[in-house]
Write a protein of this length. Structure first.
Length: 732
């Protein structure tokens, strides 16, 4: 990156552009310059300088990234729509649609900045728009980054609180975006500027420590540099050896990580070797390792495995003179250009004039936007920050494809990266040949093969296990959908119950005008949303039923009130025998297949369109339902119902008997002696003096039934007696 002139003039920009675009559209740039100068005339920045210096510097930064005239013109004009009377129509007449679209996108972004009260919501919405605009035209984000970079350079003219707020936003979002897009030059400068505003004392101390050692650094630099140049020359490799002071923020982070202070030049100096070919990169590294031994584990081959932002280079740390380790980066000229300008280099070299839609960095932007659609500002920012986190882990698929993840990512993240459905059904993985559970963290070089099961589905605790924005948003979406389906089912059941009380039905209203009116009144779009709202307990079913039947049954307000009172008292009289843990609003009913009795071990399942079915734990149907643990809900017998024992449940019994005198009288006596009633009895006389009886009795609870069964088994001619169905185990 070239040094920015102290006061950029349009001639500087034109000279810079001409170097990489000899046939540039000079007229467009001059016109944009004159136009900006006229419109911003008389405006001053907080620094007291003419306002024009800002768009000129932004344009210079863009020219230094070697962008095209449209981007640079947009840089010159980027504040025109916002800060002057100029309209988009006027601008389009002067500069055409491409420049105007760019400036409009940028204006929309900044106009949004002040219109929200919540800083976080504003931030989130802002970045979403920025990213969205950039997937159409990546120049939007490049101009925005240049704009922010110059604002950071001149931040000292603002109030201290504004300085800190802007620096924090820049460090948290803009610098990482620049990094993710591979624009190392902007990322580095932004980080150092932010560091000075956010940690002024630390920055000053560090700078002082470095400058105190500048003499030693100079001596050491010359020494190593000539050794390195000698090594390359001997092998016939043409290359440039650059020594550099690492940027302040990265030195500070490294020292903080190691819990030390600057002790020697080795803490802040590093080398970079730039050669012509990839082969030379590896050859140079080999030669260096022969000269100084490498530190194990610190050799990184980003040529074979580029970073997600397309950065390529070889990194190694060697033990130098007097046993001090220092870092060397080796790369080609092309790789260097990409490291400095990232997506901008790609954009301007390879696809001049067209959209770089196949660029993986743009693909990243797009996927971030897709996966965060409909999420709250908080969730969006979380996703953004996790995905922008620069520390990466690289893993392999069994086929050898490389996938990169943020540090701390788990097997579950890997599964979701492969495919959403693979994620939903993931039960674990084979990691380097060994089976591991979902929550296992990935480490560099892992070979990961995901294991899935059709029975598996996402759970709430997966949100803690997954670390990537993509996985978390997929899980959240699944859970939301599932939760809503359940709520719709429960809501429909509750509403139907209320409507039945009023001699009406859901069928009669579904799709009707009354429903439409009600939806509008509640600000809801579809019937499903209304049922979900009832199911979630946000709207009372009784109130909806009353509102719907208002026209049918009653026509004055007093009548409506009476009507509502009736509905409410009807609801309270129907005291439930069962309680559902956690949510009293579920409609509960006893499953017919096993007809559990008070006192029996029971379990509830949310059923499609019916509410909660309560089964006996030993019911064979329960075993199938257990494959859907997410539908299970805890239920228990209400203690009042147990205490009062007023309710009676009907139970069917099957008996085989030997025909004998007075058989019927004996069983009816047995049952009556336990205080139970027979409500139905059916006899089947069979062959050879044997027969079957099926009868229904009303019992209080499980103990009561057991006593009746004992009595019946004592009757002489009863061979066998069982409660129907439920207690027999299904065949294995
Ligand atoms: Mn600006």
């Amino acid at each position: 990156m070239m040094e920015t002139p102290a006061k950029v003039r349009i001639e500087d920009i034109l000279d810079r552009v001409e170097r990489y675009r000899p046939d540039m559209d000079e007229a467009l740039l001059r016109h944009a310059y004159v136009f900006a100068a006229t419109r911003h005339k008389g405006q001053v920045r907080r620094s007291g300088e003419a306002y024009l210096i800002h768009p000129l510097t932004v344009a210079w930064i863009l020219a230094d990234m070697e962008l095209d005239e449209v981007a640079i013109a947009a840089g010159l004009l980027h504040d025109i729509l916002e800060d002057t009377e100029t309209t988009a129509e006027e601008m389009e007449l002067e500069f055409g649609p491409a420049v105007t679209r760019l400036v409009e996108a940028l204006t929309k972004l900044s106009s949004f900045e002040s219109s929200f009260t919540s800083r976080e919501a504003t931030e989130a919405e802002n970045f979403r728009r920025l990213l969205l605009a950039s997937t159409d035209d990546v120049r939007v984000i490049l101009v925005k980054l240049a704009d922010r970079l110059h604002n950071m350079r001149t931040l000292n003219f603002l109030r201290p609180e504004r300085q800190v707020a802007i620096a924090r936003e820049t460090l948290e979002i803009y610098a990482p975006i620049a990094n993710r897009l591979g624009i190392g030059s902007i990322k580095t400068e932004m980080e150092d500027l932010c560091f000075r505003y956010l940690h002024p004392r630390e920055a000053e101390r560090l700078e002082r420590a470095i400058s105190e050692r500048s003499e030693a650094a100079q001596k050491w630099f010359t020494e190593i540099r000539s050794t390195l140049a000698g090594v390359l020359e001997e092998a016939g490799i043409e290359g440039e050896v650059l020594g550099r002071v690492k940027h302040l923020y990265s030195v500070w982070q490294k020292l903080k990580r190691q819990g030390v202070d600057v002790e020697s030049v080795f803490d802040f100096l590093a080398f970079r070797i730039i050669v012509s070919t990839v082969g030379d990169c590896y050859a140079a590294m080999g030669l260096i390792h022969q000269k100084w031994p490498p530190v194990p584990g610190r050799i990184k081959d980003y040529i074979a495995i580029p970073k997600p932002n397309a950065y390529q280079s070889l990194h190694t740390t060697v033990i130098g003179p007097e046993g001090h380790p220092f870092e060397i980066q080796i790369r080609t000229h092309d790789m260097h250009a990409i490291a400095e300008h990232g997506i901008a280099a790609h954009w301007s070299y390879k696809e001049r004039g067209s959209k770089p839609t196949d660029d993986s960095r743009i693909a990243w932007l797009r996927s971030l936007l897709d996966t965060t659609q409909g999420s709250s500002p908080r969730e969006f920012l979380d996703s953004l920050k996790v995905d922008l986190y620069p520390e990466e882990v690289y893993c392999f698929t069994p086929k050898g494809d490389v996938l990169s993840f943020p540090r701390g990512a788990t097997v579950l993240d890997f599964a979701y990266r492969v495919h959403t459905e693979v994620g939903h059904h993931c039960v674990g993985a084979t990691l380097n040949g060994r089976w591991v559970p979902l929550r296992t963290e990935l480490t560099n070089g892992d070979i990961v093969e995901i294991t899935t099961s059709n029975q598996q589905r996402p759970h709430h605790d997966w949100l803690e296990i997954a670390r990537t924005g993509k996985a978390r948003s997929r899980i959240r979406a699944w859970l939301k959908r599932e939760e809503k389906e359940r709520a719709v089912e429960v809501g429909r059941k509750l509403l139907e119950k209320e409507l039945r009380r009023l001699d009406s039905s859901w069928k009669r209203f579904s799709g009707s005008e009354e429903i439409q009116e009600l939806l509008t009144g509640h600000g809801l779009a579809r019937e499903e949303d209304l049922l979900a709202a009832i199911g979630f307990g946000k709207i009372a079913a009784a109130a909806v039923a009353a509102a719907l039947t208002r026209h049918e049954a009653v026509d004055d307000e007093e009548a409506i009130r009476t009507h509502l009172r009736e509905v409410q008292s009807a609801a309270s009289q129907d005291a439930p025998v069962l309680e559902v843990t956690g949510d009293a609003d579920f409609l509960v009913y006893i499953a017919r297949c096993c007809n559990p009795l008070p006192g029996e071990d029971i379990v509830g399942f949310v059923t499609r369109g019916k509410g909660v079915a309560v089964h006996s734990r030993s019911c064979p149907n329960v075993r199938n339902l257990l494959y859907h643990p997410e539908r299970e809900i805890e239920v228990r017998w209400s203690t009042s119902a147990m205490a009062e024992r007023r309710t009676r449940s009907r139970v069917d019994l099957d008996m085989t008997y030997r025909d004998g005198p007075g058989f019927l009288a004996s069983i009816s006596h047995a049952i009556a002696s336990e205080g139970a009633n027979i409500v139905r009895c059916h006899l089947n006389a069979g062959e050879g003096g044997r027969g079957t009886v099926s009868l229904s009795v009303e019992v209080r609870d499980k103990d009561h039934l057991n006593r009746i069964l004992e009595r019946l088994r004592d009757v002489e001619d009863v061979l066998e007696v069982e409660r129907r169905g439920a207690f027999r185990r299904a065949a294995p």
